[in-house]
Design a protein around this ligand. Structure first.
Ligand code: TMP
Ligand code: ZN
Length: 419
């Protein structure tokens, strides 16, 4: 496959009728951190544009960057964040209690098993587990404790695994949004799942993206932004149905969706509740997307103005956290190494590297203890803002400030804790 292609048809309904919602400009892949040597080379950049399908209202990118290019060495580690580890602990306990406990010799498969953090939580129960993880570095980390297939999930791989044993539960967290060929994916699920099996997945809710202006969660790796509205139609067309939905707090708001073969599980009220909430907001109206686009433009201008003002007042500004979405925000707002001195991040493999497109150095957060007044931390990992503000109480008490960019730029200090 070419490294970049433009998609003509909707991923869920094959329609060719779209509206452009938001143009975030040409951007490098948001996880493509650079070494000092790589700074000298020209970076590959690709258009980043959000579209809405006028037929099924599936929100998606049509600019597709080859997944092998994006994911072969993935720097996101599930095990690097405390809130995620806690989320997975509860997740495993809940899936075991609700589903796996009732099965004899249960078998669980996770697609996109990352560093194995979630699957490991199932080992204390009597559950056989298999991880499927395309990134070599991640598969290697997790294979010390669990069985891992170091491949992209596909119908072909599903068939091969299913020949030996089908799954009682298939889990895929933050995976569906990455998949270009969703037809192949859903056919793989149909092959691999037992007749009474359950497919559970977590995806960010597009309703949150629209309501809370989380525009920086739009990047090349995320090619779909799901609503219950469009998913229900899609599953129905594939003889599956959503039977339960739970809202989770991680990643700034996530949906956990339970899917099974038609007429095998009782459908909970939650499904229609979520769908009705979406319709009430207007997710099936094109003007909702125009209004979203206007608000993002305003946010960008307001953030740039705030940063320039802080700079003019002799503040030193640094980024707090270097998540992929931080890179989208920095590139879209053109905040580069002239505006930010450095970025701190807890992930050791990011430290010493430079942010894609904006070339800001990433450092260990240890250095924060040396700062106080005249320092402003731009919280790029804003989904963890509560944890961060608690953790950095000393920095704030010593006169440091934080700037939270989304959903509207707010400056937080000991005197102003409203955010
Ligand atoms: P995520 O939003 O994709 O989970 O990524 C969060 C990033 O922010 C990850 O690279 C780790 C970093 N981070 C910090 O540097 N400090 C923190 O306190 C937290 C919560 C995250
Ligand atoms: Zn569509």
């Amino acid at each position: 496959m070419a490294i970049y292609k433009f998609r003509k048809k909707c991923r869920l309904c094959s329609s060719t009728k779209f509206n452009l919602v938001l143009d975030l400009g040409k951007q490098p892949p948001s996880n493509a951190f650079l070494t000092k040597n790589q700074l000298k080379k020209v970076e590959k950049k690709f258009p980043l544009r959000l579209y809405i399908c006028k037929k099924c209202f599936h929100l998606q990118l049509r600019d597709v960057v080859d997944k092998k290019y994006l994911f072969s060495h993935y720097l996101y580690l599930s095990g690097a964040n405390k809130p995620i580890i806690e989320h997975f602990e509860k997740y495993a306990n809940s899936v075991y209690k609700k589903i796996l406990k009732q099965k004899i010799n249960p078998y669980l498969i996770e697609i996109g098993s990352n560093d194995g953090t979630l699957l490991e939580k199932f080992l204390k129960f009597d559950v056989d587990v298999l991880g499927i993880e395309p990134a070599k570095n991640l598969a290697k980390i997790s294979s010390k404790k669990i069985k891992v297939e170091n491949k992209f999930f596909s119908k072909k791989l599903a068939k091969k695994i299913a020949e030996k044993r089908k799954a009682d539960v298939i889990i895929a967290n933050n995976v569906l949004g990455h998949i270009d060929d969703l037809d192949d994916f859903i056919n793989g699920i149909l092959k691999l799942l037992k007749n009474d099996g359950v497919f559970i997945f977590e995806v960010p809710h597009a309703l949150d993206l629209l309501k809370k202006l989380e525009f920086d969660t739009i990047y090349h790796e995320h090619i779909s932004y799901f609503t219950v509205f469009s998913l229900m139609k899609w599953f129905k067309n594939n003889n599956l149905e959503i039977f339960n939905i739970e809202k989770q707090k991680v990643h700034g708001g996530t949906l956990r969706i339970y899917v099974a073969k038609k007429n095998t599980h009782e459908i909970r009220k939650s499904v229609n509740n979520f769908k009705n909430q979406e319709i009430k907001f207007g997710i099936n109206k094109l003007k909702t997307y125009e209004s979203f686009s206007n608000k993002i433009n305003k946010l960008k201008i307001s953030l740039i103005k705030k940063i320039i003002k802080l700079k003019n007042e002799q503040n030193k500004i640094f980024g707090y956290g270097a998540p992929a979405k931080g890179n989208v925000l920095l590139n879209y707002c053109q905040i580069n190494n002239k505006m930010l001195d450095f970025i701190t991040d807890t992930t050791s493999i990011k430290q010493g590297k430079y942010t894609p497109g904006t070339h800001i150095i990433v450092k260990s957060p240890k250095i924060i203890s040396k700062f106080s007044k005249q320092y402003v931390g731009l919280i790029l990992a804003w989904n963890y803002k509560h944890d961060i503000l608690q953790k950095e109480k000393k920095f704030l008490d010593d006169g440091g400030k934080f700037l939270i960019p989304v959903p509207r730029p707010v400056l937080v200090s000991t005197n102003n804790k409203k955010y």
